[in-house]
Write a protein that binds this ligand. Sequence first.
Ligand SMILES: Cc1cc2nc3c(=O)[nH]c(=O)nc-3n(C[C@H](O)[C@H](O)[C@H](O)COP(=O)(O)OP(=O)(O)OC[C@H]3O[C@@H](n4cnc5c(N)ncnc54)[C@H](O)[C@@H]3O)c2cc1C
Length: 415
Amino acid sequence: MNSTLAALPLTRTCQPSSLDEVAALIAEASSRQTAVYPLGGDTSLDYGLPAKVEGWGLSLAGMRRIVDYPARDMTVTVEAGMTMTELAELLAGEGQQLPIDVPHPDQATIGGVVATAFNGPRRYGLGSIRDHVIGIQAVDGRGMPFKGGGRVVKNVAGYDFCKLLTGSLGTLGVITQMTFKLRPLPQQWAVLSTTVADWDQAERQLAALVESPLAPSAIELLSGPAWHGHAALPAGMSGDDSIGLAVFLEGTTAEVAWMRDELQRRWRSDGLTRPVLLEGDHARNALRDMAEFPAGDAPLVLRGSVVPSYTTRLMARARELFPGVSLLAHAGSGTVLMRLAQFPAEGLSRTVVARLQSLAAAGHGHVSVLSNPAAAEMTHQCVWGGIDVPFDVMTAVKRQFDPHNLLNPGRFVYL
Ligand SMILES: Cc1cc2nc3c(=O)[nH]c(=O)nc-3n(C[C@H](O)[C@H](O)[C@H](O)COP(=O)(O)OP(=O)(O)OC[C@H]3O[C@@H](n4cnc5c(N)ncnc54)[C@H](O)[C@@H]3O)c2cc1C
């Protein structure tokens, strides 16, 4: 994958190896009024508004230790620079998992995943990254360490810094350590997929799934050239207008067998024939492909977040606006990822702001830019503009943690 480091105007890069060293570096930067850009695995340093102010890069690569892993308590405490693959391997040794699927897991760090609060396909059934962080340690914009939560699941004292810092894009503190609650690894994995005739049928199938007694870990809708010939999808998925529906199941062998048979029975009675079934490692590979989708090579990647019942409308509109777009929706959660092979001829602002954001707003959501390597038209309105948040409250919180606006300045939603 391409490095996104060049997107930052760095005058030097530091690699501390302890909390004290992180604190000392930020205190020094603060005394010089120098900006600090936290660096994880460099998979999405271009996410957010382009950085304009020169500053120091603070890499977490030297902080990737296991701090505590009491497997019987199903929690783990690790340093922020550990990669998602390293964490997954550690947990698999005890038959456990953190069910967050991200692109490039061998590079993406757990600190970066928490800072960006991206969520993959299994958010629907197993929860978001924010649901799994139960303890956090960070250093604020003055170089002062602080922590929230703890190492046990039942821990409700004080302000919930875990939730505040998750998704704050490194603007409130450099995250140095986190504790997660974990889940058991399932005995069996399966994915069943079929094609639906049109967006109306897709919507009916989604509604039926949500109301059924089935408990899928992910419900995905797929359309566009990126999915042609994919092993997880029926052979009929070839035209750009084809719509695939993939349902991921995980649990004990008996649970997965019951859900698989029940879903096949329901699809047969709805006239959806010849579904494709993948199990075990084949199903896990299909899940990995869905997680990698937004990081595929494309000049522009957009993300729509709407109420789940609006997912198909947003997908249908995106297909009308951008011929050739590849779409993936984590449909149970209302997340629509749009990978555009070409930049819109009418310009990003006009297309995204004027057309998609207003539609998403009707679905109680917004559309934002996930990746735009050329950084064309990356205005606040394009990148964050559709987000309906109390900007003044967020700015006041930011001032408490980072009074001189030195942490990732100008990149997040603050006005
Ligand atoms: C185009 C693209 C689309 C993606 N879409 C999705 C998606 O839809 N769903 C999904 O689950 N994942 C998605 N990801 C993955 C997501 O980028 C990573 O999960 C996450 O950003 C971790 O990456 P990293 O360690 O490489 O962080 P970096 O790329 O190094 O940093 C990302 C941001 O986090 C900040 N940061 C990093 N570490 C820390 C820290 N310790 N403390 C404070 N701030 C920090 C950085 O300053 C930067 O702003 C996408 C990735 C790409 C490239």
